[in-house]
Structures are given as C-alpha cells and as structure tokens.
Write a protein that binds this ligand. Structure first.
Ligand code: 48H
Length: 259
C-alpha cells in the first residue's frame, strides 16, 4: 500500500543517512552562512561532512538581511565566493555589492547539499566528545526535546574535526572551555565575547580569527569574533563567507592526503 511505502521510504532512508554520518571527517555546528560555505568547500573536496542546526531551516541570520529588509551587502573581496554559489548580484558603490538575502541563503544551502554535505536540521549540539585533550565529535539531541526540557539522553557522532559556527553565542567553544577546564587559543584562554560594532575591523578580524582554537575544534563566522573579542560588523556578509572558505581550506589542507 502506498500509505506504508511513504512512511517506510522516509524512515528507511533517514536512518540510512543518519547511520552513514556517525563517523565524520568534519562536523559543523550551526548552519549560518559561514558554516554553510565551509560545508560546501569541504564536501566539494571529497570530505565527509555533516552540518547540524537547531532550527527547522538552516541559514542562520542571513535570511533576514538587516532589520528584515531582505537585502545583504558583500564587499569586493568576497565576490569570488558569491560567483562560486551563482548568486545574482548588483553593483552598488565603493566596491560593495547587493544581493537578495533569501536567494543568497537558499543558494548556499542548495550548493552545500549538492556538493555532498548532509544537513541535520532540528538537531541541537549540546556537548562534544572530549578525549585525550582533544575534541573528537559532537553530542546531539532533538531541539524540541531540549526546548521541552525532557530528560532524554543524546546520541554521539564522531568527527576528526568539529567547527563551531554557532554565531554570536559561540556555544561549542564556551562549552569546551567550561566543562573541561581547558584554555582556548585566545588572549585570555577563554571566550572573550564580541565587541561593539566596527564594520571594517569586524570584517577583517572575523577572517583573521578563524582558526583552530583547541585541538580538534575550529571556529568560524560570528563565533570566531565572539571567541576572540573582536567587533561585530552588522549586515555585511563578505566576512562570513570568507571565514567559511578559510576554515574549509585549512581543514582540507590538514585532512586531504596529497598524491
Ligand atoms: C545546533 C546551533 C547551535 C547548537 C547555534 O548566527 P549565524 O547566522 O552564524 P554565522 O556566524 O555564520 O553568521 C553570522 C551572521 O548571520 C550574523 O549574525 C552577523 C553577520 N551579525 C553581525 C552583527 O553585527 O550582528 O547562524 C548560526 C546557526 C543558527 O542557525 C543556529 O540555529 C545554529 O547556528 N546554532 N545549531 N546546535 N548548539 N547553536
């Protein structure tokens, strides 16, 4: 009966997908623009990558543009990435370009999945796997379970590398430091917290601070700004895209065996 086949098709293939992703090269926490861009380049390089986002729709803060005006600004330096994602754009002024935020977000998600990344939406990463003084994977649970405060234990997913792309809260870096009493690679050894707005410095620093901050744990996007205590930059998204590409390139160089 078609009724059973519809259910069976969904259940069987979903569990196949989940099982295939229990051991990853890279687990990306957060499906904002920086994490999604990283997912695309990592998957394109042939790495096994899955992305976990607590919301129903990944895309983070990109859908809404600024104050729900659904346009975003990107600077010249990031336009090669915009072209990789085949997003339509319009030149504005002084090396700045304007894009539709909904098209941009949809394009990044679509390309990441087509390149081979798997997205698990409605998943919250509540902890990491921490062994031998390194991050070795993520601990996941359903977002609705956590929101309801239900006492349900999580599942574990191993990964050679974990990326914290959780945005302003840099949740994973904060959890690693707090739970394990370890020092991160920041000026204070802990999460410093983002500074107030400075567009130029914020954009430069989000890329500079994209790095491995603890063995096995990288930060990108706003999480990199928050961890390192550099300024926010407002609704300009070039830094997010460049941060995502940078973290992917560093990990590809590390995990890909050269012929
Ligand atoms: C699963 C989680 C968890 C968790 C969070 O904030 P984002 O859009 O991320 P970025 O850093 O790629 O982009 C930042 C940009 O959107 C922005 O806010 C800018 C440029 N602000 C500048 C300014 O001045 O304000 O997305 C993060 C994603 C979200 O989708 C969350 O749902 C998800 O991460 N997330 N997913 N487990 N523990 N924590």
């Amino acid at each position: 009966m078609i009724e059973t086949q519809v259910s069976r098709g969904i259940i069987a293939t979903y569990f196949e997908k989940l099982e295939k992703n229990l051991e990853l090269d890279v687990a990306i926490v957060g499906g904002g623009p920086s994490g999604m861009v990283a997912a695309y380049y990592l998957a394109k390089a042939g790495l096994k990558v899955a992305q976990f986002d607590r919301k129903l729709a990944p895309g983070g803060g990109m859908w809404g543009g600024a104050m729900m005006f659904n346009q975003i600004i990107i600077q010249e330096e990031a336009m090669d990435i915009v072209k990789d994602f085949e997003i339509n754009y319009q030149a504005y002024k002084e090396g700045l370009y304007v894009m539709d935020s909904v098209e941009s977000t949809a394009a990044i998600i679509y390309k990441a999945v087509h390149a081979g990344a798997t997205i698990f939406n409605c998943y919250s990463v509540e902890d990491v796997i921490f062994k031998n003084n390194a991050v070795n994977g993520v601990v996941v649970n359903w977002t609705p379970v956590l929101r309801q405060g239900l006492h349900v234990d999580p599942l574990n997913i191993l990964a050679k590398i974990v990326i914290d792309g959780t945005g302003h809260d840099s949740e994973i870096a904060a959890t690693v430091a707090r739970k394990n009493g370890v020092k991160l690679d920041t000026e204070t050894g802990s999460v410093i917290g983002e500074r107030s707005m400075d567009v130029k410095e914020g954009e430069d620093e989000v890329v500079n601070q994209t790095k491995e901050i603890y063995p096995g744990l990288y930060v990108c996007g706003m999480a990199a700004s928050a961890v390192s205590g550099t300024p926010r930059m407002g609704p300009i998204f070039g830094g997010m895209l460049m941060s995502g590409k940078k973290v992917a390139e560093e990990i590809i160089a590390r995990l890909t065996v050269k012929p």
